[in-house]
Every structure is written in structure tokens, then in C-alpha cells.
Design a protein around this ligand. Structure first.
Ligand code: EPU
Length: 381
């Protein structure tokens, strides 16, 4: 069943849709391929499970695909007129949708395009402007193929570019925030497109302003600064082990991408065989005193100092070695056998089963270590 959104264009919409093509990197940049007045289709009662890597979730009351900033404005106007909550869907790889679905408007982000230019006076560094709907790993591949350093350690992470700043994706010693220079987004509070510079994004471990002020911003493009003269970042233990096993002493950019892909495939479930959203919880960050006291009980517990003096603790280790959670199941939702921070689902799993398993793990960690853990995956219902 479909319904076509009634367009009530206000002056703001007209301004943005008729804006001339941009000068790249300028604050008011609008992608040159922006289509203007194409009436967007808004569908109803669309099942969402297939849009998530967990393969779980009921239907969206309303659903549309946004391929331009004009589409975003149209969708926002539709939601406002009907007083609906909105949810922005990227690759669905960090998402658990409730069995009842979502009673508002789901906007599937499909703004595309990668544009590249040399940064003036910055040692040949490249500025890349990337549409929020681009697949993250295709972008990493693009960068590595062009010899650009900065995101190779983030290879093979599922999801879209627009989701990368939201939770400041990180892996193998790198975080997206290290190379994101700014983020373009629609601010639903002021009803304007804004360009937030890196510091305005308030990035920290798996955190950003986009997560803290949930629902406020709709990200349309992300700007990255990548370095053709960079050096490989190979300090993470798994990467060190990989290259020493392969006897590679001077890894190239492509070697690093290959290493990360191989390591991820070895540890994380095959998305085609299992429903999963990767790490289900965040690694907790505790005070130095709390870490010392945990270390007395669990001398092997891995911990990584944070810039503020606290310590990030490996929850996978706690779930595995302290809670003995590997392989634990609630119905069709299980703790992955090879990595206890990861939950996986079998066909037929429900959101309720995943939530029940998550609550059991949270209670077990609390009881055994006193730590309150938080989800890394976004729960939507
Ligand atoms: N460990 C265990 N048993 C387990 C899991 C982990 O003993 O079942 C130990 C490992 O041996 C290691 C430590 O815990 O000493 C950390 O494990 P790992 O290197 O696998 O990293 P992680 O902290 O569990 C984080 C990210 C991953 C990312 C890896 C690699 C979070 C929430 N997760 O996992 O990101 O790939 O580091 O950098 O920070 C994701 O976000 O979905 C994700 C997969």
C-alpha cells in the first residue's frame, strides 16, 4: 500500500531546492547531483526486518527513501504534519527493531556520491565529501585503492557512511572521529541544514552529539581528511600478531586493509549466515581505582587508558572469562561462540529474545563485577 506525500513547500524548502551548485568544502555546500522537485513516495506498513543485519523487527507505519536533501525536507514536512516520530535508517547494522515495529516515519537514507579534492596548504591531504547513503566499506575500498590513509583499520565494518559519525565507529586502534573534519546534517530543531565541524560533533568512544541528542540531526554528508603520505597504524595486538605470523615487516596500506578484513572474518560472525549487529554492548569505561580493584580479582582483565584517566575495560573478556557466556542462548538469540561481546540470532528469532538475553548478560556482569553496562546497538520500538 502506498500513499504519496502531499507537498507543502515552505520558503525554506524552496530556498534549499533551488540553491546553486556548491563550491566544494564551503560551509553551505550542497551536492551538485541534488535533484530538485521529484515527489517522493511514502509507503505504509513496510516490514523492517530485511533492512537490518539482525533480520529482526516489525513494520514501519510509514517508510520513504531519501535520495537528496530536498527529499529530507519533504519527509520531515510529512512527519511534522502528521505529528509522527522519525527514524533514520542507514545500513541497519547497529540496530535492533522491536517486534511491534515503528509507529512513525522511517527515512531510509540513500544520499550518494563521493567527491575528492586536494586540501590547500595541507601537505597534499585529500578532502572527501561522501553521501550519507554510501556503503562504509565501499568508501574504505575507494580510499585504499587511491592510496589514502586514515580509514583502512575500519575495513569491513557494515553500514553506511552516515552512520559512522553517529557512534564514532572504531576498530583496531582507529576511530572515525580522527579523520572526520565536519558533518552536514538537517537540524530538526532549527529546521536548517548545518555543517558541524569536528569539535562540534563531541566525539568520544562510541559517542557523538548525534547520539546524545538523538533524533535532532539527520546526517546527509560526511567530510573526511585523508592522507596520501600517511603511515600504517599497526599497533593493535591482533594486527601485530597477524603481520608477525605472515612475516610482513613493512605492511602497505593494502596489507593493512587485508589484515583487518581477515581478522574480522576470523572473529566476527558471517553476516550472511547469522543475524547480528556486531558488538552488542559498549566496553565500559571505569575509574582507575575501580580498574585496580577489578585487576586484583581478575589479573588478566584487559584495560585501555582513556584520555581522561579512566580505563576502558574489555567487556568481551568479562562476558567470556567471568560470566562464561559464550554460547548462552535465549530461544533463537545467542552469545556468539567466538566473541562474547557479539550477539547472534538464528532464523525465527524475535527482538524480545534478544532483549531477554541482553538483560540476563547485563545482570550477570553487574552481579559479578559491579559494572553497569550499556548497549552499543540502537534499540528502536
Ligand atoms: N576477549 C575475550 N573473549 C571474548 C571476546 C574478547 O577474552 O569472547 C578479549 C580479547 O582477547 C581481547 C579483548 O577481550 O583481549 C578485546 O577483544 P577484541 O579485540 O575482540 O575487541 P572488543 O573490545 O571486544 C572492540 C569493538 C569492535 C572492534 C574490536 C577491534 C566495541 C564495542 N567493539 O571489540 O567493534 O571490531 O574492538 O578493534 O568497542 C562493533 O562495534 O560492532 C565491533 C565489532
Amino acid at each position: 500500500m502506498t500513499a504519496t506525500a502531499v507537498l507543502t513547500l515552505n520558503l525554506n524548502i524552496l530556498f534549499w531546492s533551488s540553491h546553486p551548485s556548491p563550491s566544494f568544502g564551503a560551509n553551505n555546500y550542497i551536492p551538485f547531483h541534488e535533484p530538485s522537485f521529484i515527489i517522493m513516495t511514502i509507503q505504509e506498513h513496510i516490514p523492517l526486518a530485511a533492512y537490518t543485519t539482525f533480520n529482526i523487527g516489525g513494520p514501519a507505519r510509514f517508510f520513504c527513501i531519501a535520495a537528496s536533501e530536498a527529499d529530507i525536507l519533504e519527509a520531515v514536512t510529512f512527519a511534522r504534519e502528521k505529528d509522527l516520530p522519525m527514524f533514520i535508517l542507514g545500513g541497519g547494522s547497529n540496530l535492533l527493531i522491536g517486534d511491534e515495529g515503528f509507529g512513525g516515519l522511517v527515512i531510509k537514507m540513500e544520499l550518494m556520491g563521493i567527491e575528492e579534492k586536494i586540501e590547500e596548504g595541507n601537505n597534499g591531504k585529500r578532502m572527501l565529501s561522501v553521501g550519507a547513503g554510501e556503503q562504509w566499506d565501499s568508501f574504505v575500498d575507494y580510499a585504499v585503492e587511491r592510496g589514502l590513509y586514515g580509514i583502512e583499520n575500519l575495513s569491513a565494518i557494515p553500514g553506511t557512511v552516515g552512520a559512522a559519525p553517529v557512534q564514532n565507529i572504531g576498530a583496531y586502534g582507529a576511530e572515525a572521529s580522527q579523520v572526520i573534519t565536519s558533518v552536514r546534517a538537517f537540524d530538526t530543531r532549527t529546521r536548517q541544514f548545518v555543517d558541524l565541524a569536528g569539535p562540534e560533533c563531541h566525539f568520544s568512544y562510541r559517542e557523538s552529539v548525534f547520539k546524545k541528542e538523538k533524533g535532532r540531526y539527520i546526517i546527509t554528508r560526511v567530510y573526511f581528511s585523508l592522507d596520501p603520505n600517511g603511515t600504517p597504524n599497526t599497533t593493535y595486538k591482533d594486527i601485530v600478531d597477524y603481520f608477525s605470523q605472515k612475516k610482513i615487516t613493512q605492511p602497505t596500506l593494502k596489507d593493512v586493509r587485508e589484515a583487518v578484513i581477515a581478522i574480522r572474518w576470523g572473529k566476527l560472525p558471517d553476516w550472511k549466515l547469522w543475524g547480528t549487529a556486531g558488538s552488542f554492548f559498549k566496553n565500559p569505561v571505569v575509574t582507575a581505582e575501580a580498574f585496580d580493584s577489578l585487576k586484583k580479582r581478575y589479573p588478566e582483565l584487559p584495560g585501555f587508558p582513556e584520555p581522561d584517566g579512566r580505563v576502558k575495560v574489555s567487556l568481551g573478556w568479562i562476558l567470556d572469562k567471568v560470566c562464561n557466556a559464550k554460547g548462552l542462548c535465549k530461544g533463537n538469540a545467542c552469545v556468539y561462540e567466538k566473541q562474547a561481546l557479539v550477539l547472534v540470532t538464528k532464523p525465527g528469532a524475535t527482538s524480545e529474545e534478544v532483549v531477554a538475553l541482553a538483560h540476563e548478560l547485563m545482570a550477570s556482569v553487574k552481579e559479578k563485577t559491579g559494572i553497569t553496562i550499556e548497549g552499543e546497538v540502537e534499540w528502536v520500538n
